[in-house]
Write a protein that binds this ligand. Structure first.
Ligand SMILES: CC(C)(COP(=O)(O)OP(=O)(O)OC[C@H]1O[C@@H](n2cnc3c(N)ncnc32)[C@H](O)[C@@H]1OP(=O)(O)O)[C@@H](O)C(=O)NCCC(=O)NCCS
Length: 162
């Protein structure tokens, strides 16, 4: 990680973030798969009571974002990305830590996600954060590419978000 002292702050997304988030999803996550997370779909998650959409800010820049959906016992990390100019500065880790903490506060015991099998960087990133690799899901992305399910069991302590 670089020694850049600029702090990363995490905040809830608002409607004015929806397009920027959709574009990050298209360019950084859905590359080669079509664009399913349009501005309208992101807006639906922003409004949905069982989802959190958060943005990582570095000064005035949107450095990244994450979307998590909460079910009864499990949360699903749907999307996470960091802009190329902000990689390896702890932004992705800060987003995941914030979302994990919000899940703990909600009493959720487990977080799962799917990563593209070809996305070795993301799989390394999640492994480093304590996610174990599980099932391989061939053709998960519209028959075009396999994904790997990853999951992390959260501790049971219920603390406030720092
Ligand atoms: C995966 C991603 C979110 C990581 O974000 P990031 O802000 O660069 O991650 P961090 O700086 O918090 O990295 C934490 C640790 O994860 C590991 N890691 C992160 N990126 C890595 C990479 N490209 N290769 C190998 N390990 C990596 C490292 O151990 C890193 O610690 P270090 O920098 O001290 O070595 C980012 O690369 C990204 O947005 N990729 C494109 C979109 C994507 O793949 N999203 C995930 C699937 S939805």
């Amino acid at each position: 990680m670089s020694l850049d002292p600029t702090p990363t702050t995490i905040r809830f997304a608002t409607r004015s973030d929806a397009l920027a988030i959709a574009v990050m999803s298209r360019d950084l996550i859905e590359k080669g798969l079509g664009w399913s997370w349009t501005k309208e779909r992101v807006m639906r998650s922003i409004r949905h009571p069982d989802s959190n959409v958060v943005v990582a800010m570095r000064d005035a820049d949107r450095a990244g974002f994450g979307i998590m959906k909460y079910d009864e016992d499990e949360a699903h990390l749907l999307l996470l990305a960091v802009q190329p100019g902000f990689l390896r500065r702890g932004v992705g880790s800060a987003l995941v830590e914030w979302l994990e903490q919000s899940a703990r506060v909600a009493g959720i015991a487990r977080i799962s996600l799917e990563a593209r099998y070809s996305n070795v960087d993301a799989r390394n990133f999640y492994s480093r954060l304590g996610y174990s690799q599980g099932e391989l899901l061939p053709g998960y992305y519209g028959g075009r590419e396999a994904s790997v399910r990853m999951a992390k069991e959260l501790g049971s302590s219920r603390q406030g978000i720092a």
